[in-house]
Design a protein around this ligand. Sequence first.
Ligand SMILES: [Zn+2]
Length: 71
Amino acid sequence: MFKCKKCHSSDKFELMFNPEYQGSCTFEYQYTLNNDIKITVDGYTFIPDLSFMNRHAVCKYCGSINSWDYE
Ligand SMILES: [Zn+2]
C-alpha cells in the first residue's frame, strides 16, 4: 500500500491518473496471491511500485501529484 506524503492518506489504489496521461484510462485491478495489487491499464498488466506511483498517480484526497511513499 502507498501513502501520500502530503496529506498522509493511504490509497488502497483507487488510483487517479496523471493529467498528462494520454491513454483511454481503462482501469481494473485484482489482488495476487501475495496480496499485492495487480493493475491493468489499457490492456497492460503490472504490479505498481513506488516509482510507478510517483510518475503517474494523483492523490484522490488532496490532489497531490507524485508524492507517494510506502506505508
Ligand atoms: Zn494526499
